[in-house]
Ligand binder design. Structure first.
Ligand code: SAM
Length: 281
């Protein structure tokens, strides 16, 4: 094939030079320059219907998503990039680029529209690292019809999401993610796969929505409780729950009613166990 994918280092360099672009740190821009990784991320993202991408950059991942899916909707915050994307993605007629901060969009509405048209909607993105958790929580809260979220994140953040009870990285982020999703790390990505190389290692993780996740509870309140359970990691669950409720007797009774011991620590408990305490309160 004559055509070089956008994610090849030479094509990326050429695009950046042609448009006089430099990666903007403030927008968390690190462009992927590793065709094997980009192709694999798209292929494993379950994007056969529609796919939403946050931050297409100059289009390297977008291009592979366009190849594997029926439709790509890509939200980009940088006003310099739509013009570039119109050129780099001109061979693909199934890509819609929207110049908008992803944090401002009505995700539920967009997912509904795409699902009606294309049958399924997933998310696949190389996330801007300065805003990884707010973006993921927005998807968690508004994306109940998104069965798969495949994202590049800092390795350390990926390890926290994927950690199991008793792992050193296990914490509030693990419980919140695992309450709604099965989380698995697909693979690590070395710094040399980006232009410019970030200071941290990266990983691609995948969230698969759990069909048994109980959505009848107020997620925001439950997640606030989860954070309270891990507030002082060295303290027992009893002490943290007592601080949360302000009532020692109520805290002890709720933990025991959940079939757990007040002397346990939050790091030992699964998302389901923490939810039992929450419901007992
Ligand atoms: N997808 C490209 C790639 O893999 O080469 C670029 C990834 S780069 C890590 C993150 C992208 O997200 C940048 O293009 C940046 O401008 C964009 N971005 C940053 N904050 C954003 C936001 N709040 N909403 C939408 N896009 C954003």
């Amino acid at each position: 094939m004559d055509k070089k994918f956008i994610s090849t280092p030479s094509r990326t360099k050429e695009i950046l030079e042609t448009f006089g672009l430099r990666a903007k740190k403030g927008f968390g821009q690190n462009f992927l320059v590793d065709p094997i990784i980009v192709e694999r991320a798209a292929r494993e993202s379950h994007c056969q219907g529609a796919v939403i991408e946050i931050g297409p950059g100059i289009g390297s991942l977008t291009e592979q998503l366009a190849i594997y899916s029926r439709h790509v909707t890509a939200y980009e915050i940088d006003p310099d990039l739509p013009e570039v994307l119109a050129e780099t993605l001109k061979d693909y007629d199934n890509v819609e680029v929207i110049l908008q901060d992803f944090m401002d969009i009505d995700l539920g509405e967009k997912v509904k529209e795409l699902k009606e048209k294309y049958g399924s909607v997933v998310v696949c993105s190389n996330l801007p690292y300065y805003i990884t958790t707010p973006i993921l929580f927005k998807i968690f809260e508004q994306g109940k019809d998104i069965p798969y979220i495949t994202v590049m994140v800092q390795k350390e953040v990926g390890d926290r999401f994927a950690a199991s009870p008793n792992d050193p990285q296990y914490g509030a982020l693990s419980v919140e993610g695992q309450y709604l999703y099965d989380v698995k790390k697909l693979f690590n990505v070395p710094g040399r796969s980006f232009n410019p190389s970030p200071d941290v290692d990266s990983a691609i993780i995948q969230f698969r929505r759990r069909e048994d996740a109980d959505l009848s509870i107020d997620l925001e309140k439950f997640f606030a409780f989860v954070r309270a359970c891990f507030k002082q990691r060295r303290k027992t669950i009893y002490n943290n729950v007592k601080d949360y409720t302000g009532n020692a007797g109520q805290a002890k009774a709720a933990i025991e009613k959940a079939g757990l011991k007040p002397g346990q620590r939050a790091q030992e408990l699964t998302a389901a166990e923490i939810k039992r305490i929450y419901l007992s309160l």
